[in-house]
Design a protein around this ligand. Sequence first.
Ligand code: GDP
Ligand code: MG
Length: 228
Amino acid sequence: MTDRPLSLTAVICTLNEEPTIGEVIDGVMPHVDCCLVVDGHSTDATREIAEKHGARVTLDNGRGKGAAIRKAIEVVGTDAIVFIDADGSHDPADIPRLYAPVAAGEADLVVGDRMAGGSDELSGTFGRFLRLTGAGFITICVNYRFNVRLNDIQNGFRVIRTDVARALDLRENGFTIEMEMVMKALKRGYRVKNVASHEYARKVGRSRIAISKVWFRFGYVLIRHLLW
Ligand SMILES: Nc1nc2c(ncn2[C@@H]2O[C@H](COP(=O)(O)OP(=O)(O)O)[C@@H](O)[C@H]2O)c(=O)[nH]1
Ligand SMILES: [Mg+2]
């Protein structure tokens, strides 16, 4: 452990990320006390590479990224967690800026803000435009409901206090867990902040989100948590 005011685990969810997982682990290591990879039963060498680069590796229950995040929240042993993707979209050098408000006791959850930091993943094609507009719509609904002015609530790059993450009783198994986390945190009076962070294009392969399959779930989770 280091002299950080709050000890910090990097949690990296992976599903067949063999080309990039090694460099992401190397990038996060200087900024955290330990690194946990939660793998969704990859069929490539993701787990072997992760172990070789010094990460602790565990498996999720095969039900999605949300299930992997919930597993991580259960097992981490540090005061705070930084979630970062394995595909090279997030810059580990931003971790100290996302962690700072939590460490200073000014926020309980800090989400990387792609509206202020820019994103190479949310422009250029029709599918990406749909994601951008969908994310913008959800954020505006959340802002009015909870009387906050956030820019980005969907970004997976985020820091949260472990005790807060445990208190939220998260239930989602898929990519909807990110909005569930923000809405439940706001509902319970926790302080949620955005800090600018640039999102790079995934280095290899394609996003595991199929908008045509998940839009209904996003709508359901949004309405459910706005109303109850
Ligand atoms: N453990 C686990 N990780 C997943 C799963 N699906 C996606 N991921 C990881 O979650 C991160 C974000 O996934 P990605 O497909 O890039 O989604 P996007 O960035 O929102 O387009 C990546 O590091 C993926 O490897 C899953 O079912 N289980
Ligand atoms: Mg990605």
